[in-house]
Ligand binder design. Structure first.
Ligand SMILES: Nc1ncnc2c1ncn2[C@@H]1O[C@H](COP(=O)(O)OP(=O)(O)OP(=O)(O)O)[C@@H](O)[C@H]1O
Length: 592
C-alpha cells in the first residue's frame, strides 16, 4: 500500500514536472466535469421541488444551467490539452529512462537477466505511463464526483452512506485483476525479450544476409510461434482469472444498487421522502455505479501504471545504488608511473567461470601495449576493466597507485578514449559521427579534420559527395551507405577526437580493415601515442589478432585462458621462444 502510494506520488511528480500548466488544466477540468454531473441531478431535483411546491423553478434552473455549462466547457478544455499533456509526459519519461540507464557507470545492468527483464517490462509498459497521467486525473475526478454524489444521497437518507462499500468491492476486485495481469507479464518478460530479439533479427536489413544465407526464415518463424505460445498462454490464463474476479465485483455491486432503488421507493410509500428525492436517488444511484465502474477501470489502468512506476522507481534506486559513493578523485591529467593490475580476478554477472584469474600486470606510463591471445582468452575483458565498465571481483587496478574504484568514473571516461570492433554506426552527418567522440568540440571542424587524418580516413571523406557534411547511412533519404571498413574508419576517427587521452583503448578497431592498412594505421597510432605519451604519459592499448601489427608495441601481453602467459617486447618474446614466438611464426608463415 505504501509502495503504491509512493508510486502514485512519483507518477504525479513526473506529470507535474513534464507539463505543469497542461496538467493543472487537465486535472481541474476532469474534477469539474465529475462534480458537474451530480450537480445537474441536484438542479433537476430543485426544479421538481419548485414545481411540486409551486415556488418557481429559477433556483433549480440556475444550478442546472451552471452545471451544464461547466460540464461542456471543461470537456472542450480537456480534449484540447489531454493529448498534448500525454505527449509531454511520454517524452520526458523516455528521456528520464535514457538518462537513468546510460547514467549507470558500468554495463552490468545490460547483462543481469533480472535487470534486463525489468527494463523490458518498463519499455513495453511505458505507454501506460503516458496514459497514466490521464488515468490519474480521472481517478481524482471520480473520487471528487463520488464524494458529491454521496453527499447528495446521504441528505436523502443516512443509510446511503453504505453505497460506497459496494463500489469498494468492485474497485478491489478490479485492482486484484490488474495485478494478476501485470504479474503474468513480468513472469513472461524474458520470452517477450526473446520475441523482440528474433523479430528484430528477422526484420532488420543488417541481419538480412545471414538470415537468407542460412535460410533461417522458417526456423525463426517456428521459434517465434513457440515463444508466442509460451508467452501468451500464461498471460491468457491470468486474463481469464482476472475476468472472473472482475465479474464477481460487478455482480455484488449490481445487486446493491438494485436494493438501493427499491429502498427509496419503499421510503416514498412510507411518506418519508418526496418526488424530488425519488428523482435524485433514481438518477444518482446509477452514477454511483458508473463512478465505481470508472474507478475500477481507472484503478485497473492505475494498477498497471503504478506497477510500471514501481519498476521505474526500482531502476532509479538501482542506478542510485550503483552510483559511485564516497570521496572520489578526478582522473589524473597526467600519468606518472602507470596502471597496475594486482591479483585481479573477474567473473561476469551470473557467469559460472571467472573470465580473468589472478592477473598481475603493469602497463607503464607512456607505453603502447598490445593484448594478443586466442578467442575467449580474456583480452576484451581486460579492456572493459580498464574502462571501468566493470570492477574486479577480487584484487585491484591502480592508476598511479590510486585504486581505480576511487576515481570518479565520469572523469575517468572523459580522460580516456576508445574504439571497439562492434562500434556503433551513427547515421549522422559525417562530421557529427566523428565529432561526438569529444562532445565539447562537436563543432570544431579543425579537430574533426585532424581526427580524420589520424584515423587514415581522408580517403573515405574525399569520396563522400559533400565531404564531412555528407549524411551517412541508408536509413535517411540522401544518406550515403559506407562499406564495413569505411564505417570502421569513421569510428576510429571518432576515438581520435579526444586530445591526448591518458588511456586510449583500441579493441580490434581495425578488424574490418586489411592487414597492410592496419599495420600502416598502427604506425600512426604509435606516432600519435608518442606525442600523447610526452604530453600526458598516456597509455595506448591495442587488441589485435595480427602479429605483424602488434610487434611494434612497447609491451606485448599474451593473454591465455584468463591469465597472462607472457609479457615483454617483440624481441624479448621471440627470444623466449614461447607461445608468442610460436604464434608469430605461424602467422608469418601463412602470410609468406
Ligand atoms: N558479457 C559476458 N558475460 C559472460 N561471459 C562473458 C561475457 N563476455 C565475455 N565473456 C566470457 O569471458 C571470457 C573472455 O572473453 P573476452 O571477450 O574477454 O575474450 P577475448 O580474448 O577478447 O576474445 P576474442 O578474441 O574472441 O574477442 C570468454 O570465456 C567469454 O565467454
Amino acid at each position: 500500500m505504501r509502495e503504491t502510494f509512493r508510486s502514485g506520488l512519483t507518477l504525479f511528480g513526473l506529470v507535474i514536472r513534464s507539463a505543469p500548466l497542461l496538467a493543472a488544466a487537465e486535472f481541474s477540468a476532469a474534477i469539474i466535469i465529475a462534480v458537474a454531473v451530480p450537480l445537474q441531478t441536484y438542479g433537476l431535483g430543485l426544479v421538481v421541488d419548485g414545481i411540486a411546491a409551486g415556488d418557481g423553478v429559477l433556483r433549480g434552473m440556475v444550478v442546472l444551467a451552471g452545471a451544464i455549462i461547466a460540464y461542456f466547457g471543461c470537456r472542450i478544455l480537456s480534449s484540447a490539452v489531454q493529448s498534448a499533456m500525454e505527449d509531454r509526459v511520454e517524452g520526458s519519461l523516455n528521456r528520464e529512462l535514457l538518462a537513468i540507464t546510460t547514467g549507470i557507470p558500468g554495463l552490468e545492468h545490460h547483462e543481469r537477466p533480472d535487470v534486463a527483464d525489468r527494463l523490458a517490462v518498463i519499455r513495453e509498459e511505458s505507454r501506460y505511463l503516458k496514459y497514466g497521467a490521464t488515468t490519474l486525473a480521472s481517478a481524482l475526478a471520480v473520487a471528487a464526483g463520488s464524494v458529491t454524489v454521496l453527499a447528495l444521497l446521504v441528505v436523502v437518507h443516512p443509510l446511503f452512506i453504505l453505497l460506497p462499500l459496494l463500489g469498494t468491492v468492485r474497485v478491489l476486485c478490479a485492482g486484484r485483476a490488474g495485478r494478476l495481469r501485470l504479474r503474468a507479464m513480468e513472469a513472461t518478460a524474458d520470452r517477450h525479450r526473446m520475441i523482440d530479439m528474433l523479430t528484430e533479427i528477422a526484420k532488420s536489413p543488417r541481419h538480412g544476409l545471414e538470415v537468407r544465407t542460412f535460410r533461417l526464415g522458417d526456423f525463426i518463424t517456428e521459434r517465434l510461434a513457440l515463444l508466442h505460445s509460451q508467452r501468451d498462454e500464461p498471460r491468457w490464463a491470468a486474463a481469464k482469472r482476472a475476468a472472473g474476479i472482475d465479474v464477481i465485483g460487478r455482480i455484488v455491486s449490481a445487486l446493491g444498487y438494485g436494493g438501493a432503488i427499491g429502498f427509496v421507493v419503499w421510503l416514498s410509500t412510507q411518506g418519508t421522502v418526496g418526488p424530488s428525492e425519488i428523482v435524485m436517488v433514481v438518477l444518482l444511484v446509477p452514477q454511483v455505479d458508473r463512478a465505481a465502474a470508472e474507478l475500477s477501470n481507472s484503478s485497473n489502468e492505475l494498477t498497471w501504471a503504478l506497477g510500471t512506476v514501481a519498476n521505474f522507481r526500482w531502476l532509479r534506486d538501482y542506478a542510485r545504488s550503483h552510483a559511485p559513493t564516497g570521496e572520489l578523485s578526478p582522473a589524473p591529467a597526467r600519468l606518472e608511473t602507470g596502471i597496475r593490475f594486482s591479483d585481479v580476478t573477474f567473473s561476469y554477472p551470473g557467469a559460472q567461470r571467472a573470465s580473468l584469474e589472478s592477473v598481475d600486470l603493469f602497463l607503464p606510463a607512456g607505453s603502447t601495449v598490445a593484448f594478443v591471445g586466442d578467442n575467449g582468452a580474456g583480452k576484451s575483458t581486460l579492456v572493459k576493466l580498464l574502462a571501468r565498465f566493470y570492477d574486479p571481483s577480487r584484487g585491484t587496478i591502480e592508476v598511479d597507485g590510486q585504486d581505480l574504484r576511487q576515481i570518479d568514473p565520469e572523469s575517468w571516461r572523459r580522460a580516456m578514449s576508445a574504439g571497439f570492433q562492434d562500434f556503433v554506426k551513427f547515421e549522422f552527418e559525417t562530421k557529427e559521427a566523428i565529432g561526438i567522440g569529444d562532445l565539447p568540440r562537436l563543432d570544431d571542424r579543425a579537430a574533426i579534420e585532424h581526427a580524420v587524418v589520424r584515423a587514415d580516413a581522408e580517403g573515405v571523406v574525399e569520396h563522400l559527395p559533400s565531404g564531412l557534411d555528407t549524411q551517412i547511412g541508408s536509413r535517411f533519404s540522401g544518406g550515403v551507405e559506407l562499406s564495413g571498413g569505411q564505417w570502421q574508419r569513421v569510428a576510429l576517427a571518432r576515438s581520435f577526437m579526444r586530445n591526448d587521452p591518458v588511456l586510449l583503448l583500441l579493441d580490434e578497431p581495425t578488424a574490418a580493415i586489411d592487414p597492410e592498412s592496419e599495420s600502416a594505421l598502427f604506425e600512426r597510432f604509435a606516432a600519435a601515442s608518442a606525442t600523447t605519451a610526452a604530453n600526458t604519459g598516456g597509455i595506448t592499448v591495442l587488441v589485435s589478432h595480427r602479429f605483424s601489427t602488434v610487434r611494434m608495441a612497447d609491451l606485448i601481453v599474451v593473454v591465455e585462458d584468463g591469465g597472462i602467459a607472457e609479457a615483454g617486447s617483440h624481441e624479448e618474446l621471440m627470444a623466449a621462444n614461447g607461445h608468442y614466438a610460436e604464434m608469430f611464426e605461424l602467422q608469418a608463415r601463412s602470410y609468406r
